[in-house]
Design a protein around this ligand. Structure first.
Ligand code: FVH
Length: 289
């Protein structure tokens, strides 16, 4: 006897929404799909999904309704068309957005009798349902526990708390780490390319170096959590003295300094404020407004 799995609706069938709906289908869930432009339902219908004519019809079809639109402004607009349809439903919003937007959407859902869960997808579409994909969730914990087995079809599930903004906050913090790392990688490639060193060749030096530096992140975290920033490894005074070498070399080689000037500025501020003996962990404190 096949197991009876609860239905799930997916609204928003861009690259990510299509991957989410396909993962639910593959795991054996009955799936209803809706997209603003209906042509995108075609491939999923061919895999067994039910197409809904309207967003309200898609919401009506399942107790669990997953949204994956481009922005949370789009979600807010769509929600505004669904006030009656959502009562009693669990709305899982996997659209990238801010903590404040997540809290506003949760308040809207509560006002209309719906359970709201916000989510941050830590994967690209091709990774969905694979071993390295996971999704951060926050909001209505009881609804999350009820639907967790279904959500697990997308990848790992990581609960971050009942404040609906927490998943977005940690999603954006992880993206911050990624973009910061990419800033350095792209700048390094731009620099070596000025002397015709291929980026692919330089990767052989760069990747292990960044990996080794990243392995120090927990130590940095320990200093930030404890407020003990004094270091015997590499002081802010040493970093501040060396940093002009980076900026001057970028200028000499004809590479923009726009990614790195802000780093020099915060190093200078740290020294002005008397933190020369501290390690780089001190900068996390100085970033707080
Ligand atoms: N793609 C990725 O790698 C990242 C991985 C991490 C998470 N992000 C976030 O996921 C959201 C969706 O991203 P996406 O890749 O699916 O984006 P698109 O392929 O551009 O699809 C966008 C869908 O949104 C629909 N849409 C846009 N505006 C509206 C609106 N006003 N009302 C209703 N739907 C709207 C759009 O519909 P259509 O243009 O096909 O009619 C697509 O279905 C996003 O937050 C990422 O940051 C993905």
């Amino acid at each position: 006897m096949p197991e009876n799995k609860p239905p799930v609706s997916v609204l928003g069938l861009g690259m990510m929404g299509t991957a989410l709906a396909a993962a639910f289908l593959k795991a054996g869930y009955p799936v209803t799909v809706w997209n603003r432009s209906s042509a995108k339902t075609g491939p999923l219908v061919a895999q067994g999904a039910l197409p809904a004519k309207t967003a309200a019809e898609a919401v009506a079809d399942s107790p669990l309704v997953v949204f994956c639109l481009l922005t949370n402004d789009n979600v807010e607009e769509l929600f505004a068309t669904l006030p009656e349809a959502v009562a009693g439903k669990t709305l899982v919003n996997l659209t990238n957005g801010t903590p404040a937007q997540a809290r506003d959407l949760a308040a809207w859902a509560a006002k209309h009798g719906a359970h709201y869960i916000d989510g941050g997808i830590m994967a690209v579409p091709q990774m969905i349902a694979g071993p390295h994909a996971y999704v951060l969730y926050s909001g209505d914990e009881q609804a999350y526990e009820t639907h967790r087995p279904t959500l697990a079809a997308l990848g790992g599930t990581k609960w971050t708390g009942t404040d609906p903004g927490l998943a977005a906050l940690q999603d954006l913090a992880l993206l911050t780490g990624m973009y910061g790392m990419l800033m350095g990688v792209l700048q390094a490639f731009a620099l070596v390319r000025t002397e015709n060193i291929p980026a692919t060749e330089f990767s052989e030096l760069l990747v292990p170096w960044i990996g080794a530096m990243l392995a120090g992140a927990p130590e940095l975290g320990k200093a930030i959590d404890s407020g003990q920033h004094l270091t015997d490894v590499s002081s802010l005074a040493v970093s501040q003295a060396a940093f002009p070498n980076l900026l001057n070399t970028f200028r000499d080689q004809g590479v923009s300094t726009e990614f790195f000037e802000p780093f020099q500025a915060i190093l200078d501020r740290a020294i002005e404020q008397g933190y020369e003996a501290d390690g780089l962990s001190r900068l996390a404190d100085l970033l707080k407004k």
